[in-house]
Ligand binder design. Sequence first.
Ligand code: CTP
Ligand code: CA
Length: 233
Amino acid sequence: RLLDDRPKPLAGRTVIVTSGPTHEPIDPVRYIANRSSGKQGHAIAAALADLGATVRLVSGPVQVADPPGVDVIAVESAREMHDAVHQLLPADAAIFAAAVADYRPASEADEKIKKQAGGIDAIALAENPDILASVGNHATQRPRLVIGFAAETQELAENARAKLARKGADFIIANDVSHDSGIGGAGGVMGGDRNRVTLVSKDDADRWPEMDKAEVAVRIADLVARHLQTLTT
Ligand code: CTP
Ligand code: CA
């Protein structure tokens, strides 16, 4: 790193990245979550830092290491992630790689819920804030470049483009998760080291070949560098 004299096209730029799952508390010892590993989001943060960006990584609970040279803000729930991201604005770009829980338990029990004879019926859920949409459609502090992800099992490009419009994103990185095994992510996108994505913009869909998540990250960082350049010169 001391002898690192590669070009730094993102020097002086600030980029917010979200990564990992969120944990939505049921009671002091239980939560609702998903299988996101944080590998893709953390790799993107690392790749952006390699290009000289000041990177703020807002991450849910993950097992992967903090990327070197990145400012990591650890959060648990979607609402904490939302508040942390908004506190970090303004930024030049924002990339939303986190697998945010769409719903949370409507209330968190103060005490551990005891097992009850006859069981319990259901956990009431409330909708979480859409963090990407809140930033992509921000009235005063929208970053110049906003990139989201979309995990889809059907009609990949169409669904991704609908998300792009609804959430005010410039690009959506669409993942086909229809062949994910769902067993600890083994062999699937969630938890695995490989990814196959389609880069969707307003009038384009560019299908990238399957590659390591680290390589996807480098390509996304290059895309960010290219766009922030053309937007200023
Ligand atoms: N996202 C977010 N906040 C949420 C939900 C999603 O910031 N509460 C972001 C994700 O980080 C991702 C993008 O929105 O970049 C798309 O997430 P996805 O789950 O595919 O979209 P949803 O709008 O939740 O639609 P659905 O789950 O029904 O497909
Ligand atoms: Ca969702």
